[in-house]
Design a protein around this ligand. Structure first.
Ligand code: 0WE
Length: 261
């Protein structure tokens, strides 16, 4: 089934073959879309170039979302290859590690709050602002979020606030971009073992908890996230915008009453 032929999609946040962005790239490539990629630091350039070849792409450009000039330059460069395109996948988040541990009230700092919100939420609308004039009618913008946006999850702390902001951002962006025929949605994923999660305390326990408690009794794969990204980028989802779609084996819909029976 070729759902994305003639679509050109930009993918951010791919670091290795375990990245959620990698699973998304695989699925979008499988469905026939043309891909371009961004990388964060020069250290990652070669790595992303190598990965991009798996998807028949040679468009690999730098983008540090903490710099406005870097975001603007990305699209000056992209325009040399694509005059217009059909959307992007925002797979970028960051909070300082010292924020993702301990008691929320005790550990949150002004710097941690600002940095997590700017990198994880503002970047989504800032990228959109920069490429708005290049987006085709029918384009689709997709971001990645987590249940911590709407539930207080131990240690997720200020990242939860940043994801709440990102989800509100998705709705406001959907409202602003809808009249141009551009849709904006978020995928709320269950936990995935990636480079970003490898440094997180109790992450293994979290995966086991989803395995025990989710309706599907298992964790989800980056392939399953990629398949939903395909749906959101394709015209199959042409009536959907401003939504948060859960890819978590149903974890978010159950209440956990501990130690019953
Ligand atoms: O959104 C995330 C994590 C994103 C993330 C990861 C890191 C690790 C490295 C953001 N910033 C950083 N900063 C670093 O220095 N997830 C959904 C995965 C995650 O992170 C948690 C989780 C889950 C699940 C942190 C605490 C509790 C649960």
């Amino acid at each position: 089934m070729v759902l994305l032929s003639n679509k050109r999609i930009l993918i951010t946040g791919m670091i290795n073959n375990r990245s959620i962005a990698y699973g998304v790239a695989q699925a979008l490539h499988r469905e026939g879309s043309e891909l371009a990629f961004t990388y964060h630091t020069e250290k990652l350039k070669l790595r992303v170039q190598t990965l991009s070849k798996n998807f028949g792409s040679d468009i690999v450009l730098p983008c540090d979302v903490s710099e406005d000039s870097c975001i603007d330059k990305l699209f000056v460069e992209l325009k040399k290859r694509w005059l217009t395109f059909d959307g992007f996948v925002h797979a970028i988040a960051f909070a300082p590690t010292d924020q993702l541990i301990g008691d929320y009230v005790d550990t949150v700092t002004r710097e941690g709050f600002v940095l997590s919100h700017v990198v994880s939420s503002y970047s989504f609308v800032r990228i959109t602002k920069a490429c708005r004039s290049m987006l085709n009618n029918g384009a689709s913008l997709v971001t990645l979020t987590y249940l911590g946006a709407i539930r207080a999850i131990p240690y997720y702390n200020v990242m939860g606030l940043a994801k709440a902001s990102l989800e509100a951002n998705t709705r406001y962006m959907a409202s602003a971009m809808g009249p141009e025929g551009i849709r904006v949605n978020a995928i709320s994923c269950g936990p995935v073992r990636t480079l970003a999660s490898s440094g997180i305390k109790n992450f293994k326990k979290m995966l086991l908890h989803y395995q025990k408690q989710s309706p599907m009794r298992r964790n989800i794969s980056i392939k399953e996230i990629g398949n939903v990204a395909v749906f959101l980028c394709s015209d199959l989802s042409s009536g959907i915008t401003g939504e948060v779609i859960y890819v978590d084996g149903g974890f978010n819909i159950v209440a956990n009453i501990n130690d019953v029976e």
